[in-house]
Design a protein around this ligand. Structure first.
Ligand SMILES: Nc1nc2c(ncn2[C@@H]2O[C@H](COP(=O)(O)OP(=O)(O)OP(=O)(O)O)[C@@H](O)[C@H]2O)c(=O)[nH]1
Ligand SMILES: [Mg+2]
Length: 319
């Protein structure tokens, strides 16, 4: 199954709710106030948050069509609005050869998909011809390092690990030394999951970040929060807390193949403006894709990506 199908299937819950509310919108010539309210609710139910949902519903209400409106036209109009909001968040994860290694730090709460994403990213960069090293910065859980080693074996990537219970910052530093000596292109550092309200763990993360910067003051070159796309609005609180200790530069949203209610990316974009580098659409090593606003907006509304324009700017919105 193509990743776009996985995404579309995963977001079906949101899209069918939106479709349902949209089908009421065109019952009368004028936009129907009740239907608009339904739509706003559907947008909120997709995890967009009340503020963003209201803004989008307002924008949609202002759309004028040539000739008769119908459900398909409304759907397309909504998808175009979403595409425009999401386009600024597109930013593929690229590594420059200015730094050896280019250091990517992955952070996030327990179970968000960090370790899995380390393995998927290793495969992605290798496919691009880059050499990769993984660092098992999760020294908290005994099995964590074995889990990353499993990904190392699967992707044929060296893994730097230490003792369970050891100092994660010291391990990150050692990994940077080794990657530097080996001339490795990309070093991906996994970290232990932590709840954003556990102050001492959040301080440990700040320390990891600091220590990496001691080896190379431009590092980490990417400090990425890995968010579970199914947790809803809590993703906002998580991002806020991790941004304070780990100077986030971007996000990766996982589990969008599951029961995700995809609107959360729209809300996150509105709140933080951080790029969404990649999206996870499964547990397999290849189930990671660059985030594309056009595909995502289409999947969220349940239409085909081909129905949307390649690129949107404010000017060609009329069409
Ligand atoms: N369906 C689906 N499952 C995913 C995806 N990404 C990760 N998972 C699953 O989510 C679970 C947790 O993934 P991990 O990579 O261990 O998460 P983690 O953030 O490293 O967890 P901790 O180290 O405990 O904080 C595993 O069962 C993964 O297979 C995804 O994109 N889709
Ligand atoms: Mg992990």
């Amino acid at each position: 199954m193509s990743w776009f199908r996985k995404l579309t299937d995963g977001l079906k819950k949101s899209s069918s709710k939106m479709t349902e509310s949209l089908s009421g919108l065109f019952t009368s010539k004028k936009i129907d106030a009740d239907s608009l309210e339904d739509l706003e609710e559907a947008l909120i139910a997709s995890d967009m948050g009340p503020h963003v949902a209201a803004a989008i519903a307002r924008e949609l209400a202002a759309v004028k069509f040539d000739g008769e409106a119908d459900a398909d036209k409304w759907r397309l109009a909504l998808a175009e609005i979403l595409q425009q909001k999401l386009t600024p968040l597109e930013k593929p994860l690229t590594v420059s050869s200015d730094h050896r290694p280019h250091v990517i730090l992955l952070v996030g709460v327990n179970g968000s998909g960090k370790t899995t994403t380390c393995g998927k990213l290793a495969r992605k960069f290798q496919d691009e011809g880059k050499s990769v090293m993984l660092a098992a910065g999760d020294t908290f859980r005994a099995a964590a390092s074995e889990q990353l080693q499993g990904w190392g074996l699967r992707t044929d990537t060296p893994v730097i690990s230490g003792e369970a219970g050891g100092d994660a910052a010291a391990l990150a530093y050692r990994a940077m030394q080794q990657a530097h000596e080996a001339g490795t292109d990309v070093l991906i550092i996994d970290t232990a999951g932590r709840l954003q309200n556990r102050t001492e763990l959040m301080e440990e993360l700040a320390k990891i970040h600091r220590v990496i910067g001691k080896f190379d003051d431009s590092a980490p070159h990417d400090s990425i929060i890995v968010l579970d796309g199914t947790v809803g609005q809590n993703a906002i609180a998580q991002t806020k807390a991790f941004a304070e200790v780990a100077s986030l530069t971007g996000m990766i949203i996982t589990k969008l193949d599951g029961s995700a209610k995809g609107g959360i990316i729209v809300a996150l974009g509105d709140d933080f403006g951080l790029p969404v580098h990649m999206v996870g659409v499964g547990e397999g090593v290849d189930d990671l894709e660059s985030f594309g606003a056009r595909d995502y907006a289409a999947a969220l509304v349940g239409i085909e990506a081909d129905d949307l324009p390649q690129n949107t700017d404010a000017e060609d919105k009329e069409a």
